[in-house]
Design a protein. Sequence first.
Length: 85
Amino acid sequence: MIRFVYILQLVNWQYYVGSTNDITRRLLDHKTWHTTTTKRIPVQQILFQRGYTTKQKARKIEMFLKKQKSRMVIEKFMTNEWKDL
């Protein structure tokens, strides 16, 4: 099963990084305020999504991006300057 890593831009210009096995359902959850973070700060747009073959790989990338807490790292990742971590 494919697991997705996705990046959203919130209305306050922050990024939200997540992973899921059902990207359509998860994005609907965010847009309809069924998640804690995006309930407080709504989603402006979907910036990025990429599928991975294993849950472990997707979670590793998601956690790496979240730990960095850096716009520059996330933006480099989205522009494919980092193909894989």
